[in-house]
Unconditional design. Structure first.
Length: 341
């Protein structure tokens, strides 16, 4: 490849998304792949809450920082120690939080957290899946301790914000790979419809007290909670609705948590952060490649589907600002994508 510079979208200071300088179009050097890296020509990206949260809270002090932790594209070069991929492979991945993001024409990523994209999906459809699929899989099968394919498990799972990016793929995996009763929170007609289509069996309204609604649809109580939002506000309701020895996994951010309410029932609490493996270079980092490979197989078998709902067009600053605006509003359904430069 002869190109030495590339188009990208970045930010140089933390500004409100309404400010045209909150995300800007830039020209940057094409990155060089490290020994275990792939150099990927980015075809499509998706936007997640982590993008706007970093933009709001991590001021780079005038240095250009590129966001974006969901991508699909084509491998154009590989590092000297890469064993799994070759130029021409079509891949998808979420990347690493401590490296430059994928809102760029070319992106380097460690091969251990990358998989071949689902063959039946376009780059745009595939870009919607990596971060949320990894979060859902690790949360369900590693932290909540559910058995993948355990179709004789008794119990009920509550997923909050079930029409969101994480909630919608969590619902699909729980429906397809477990026998739990899947309950989800949603409040608007359009989120109720999407969550139901994604695999939620019973809907409860998060604007109303949760415990009485859960008791109506799961009179024996919950066994598991996958909390994507308002964990601190809902913890009392979870403690009331969960059976003894129940489990909670949470992914959202807050300053404190009154976990004492969990003691009487011996309820266990777990964090899920899909960047942990790459941030700390854990020995099982390639576990994420295997998870994404499993997700691709499930997609290609027609068992689960992409959660891409709206594509905003080409990858540029104006379209990314709009994506951030929608994400910040808290009204997004499924995943927002952008395609091509």
């Amino acid at each position: 490849m002869n190109k030495t510079t590339m188009r990208a979208v970045g930010y140089r200071e933390s500004l409100p998304v309404s400010d045209p300088q909150s995300l800007v179009d830039v020209e940057l050097p094409v990155p060089e792949p490290g020994p275990h890296d792939l150099l990927v020509k980015v075809e499509a990206v998706a936007v997640n809450p982590v993008d706007y949260k970093i933009r709001q809270s991590n001021d780079p002090g005038g240095v250009t920082k590129v966001l974006g932790w969901d991508a699909a594209g084509t491998v154009v070069a590989v590092g000297e120690k890469v064993e799994t991929f070759k130029a021409g492979d079509e891949v998808y991945y979420a990347g690493a939080l401590d490296r430059a993001g994928a809102n760029a024409e070319y992106h380097t990523v460690d091969e251990r957290i990358v998989a071949l994209k689902p063959a039946t999906l376009s780059f745009t459809q595939a870009a919607a899946l990596p971060l949320t699929s990894l979060t859902a899989w690790e949360g369900l099968f590693e932290h909540l301790g559910l058995e993948n394919g355990g179709l004789n498990q008794d119990g009920a799972l509550l997923i909050t914000a079930a029409a969101g990016g994480v909630g919608s793929i969590t619902a699909q995996l729980a429906r397809a790979l477990t026998s739990l009763t899947v309950i989800g929170t949603a409040s608007r007609p359009e989120t109720v419809e999407f969550a139901t289509r994604m695999g939620v069996r019973h809907i409860v309204d998060h604007r109303e007290p949760l415990a009485p609604q859960i008791a109506e649809v799961a009179p024996d109580g919950l066994t598991h909670v996958f909390s994507t939002a308002n964990t601190d506000g809902n913890l009392g309701a979870y403690a009331e609705a969960l059976r003894p020895f129940g489990r909670i996994v949470a992914i959202d951010d807050f300053d404190s948590l009154p976990i004492g309410v969990l003691k009487a029932k011996s309820i266990s609490y777990h964090w899920e952060f899909m960047f942990t493996r790459s941030l700390f270079q854990t020995p099982d980092q390639d576990r994420q490649r295997h998870i994404l490979t499993q997700i691709a197989r499930l997609v290609d078998a027609g068992i689960i589907t992409t959660t891409a709902v709206k594509d905003l067009g080409r990858i540029d600053a104006a379209n990314l600002r709009e994506a951030h605006r929608v994400m910040e509003s808290g009204t997004a359904i499924g995943k927002i994508t952008l395609t091509g430069f």
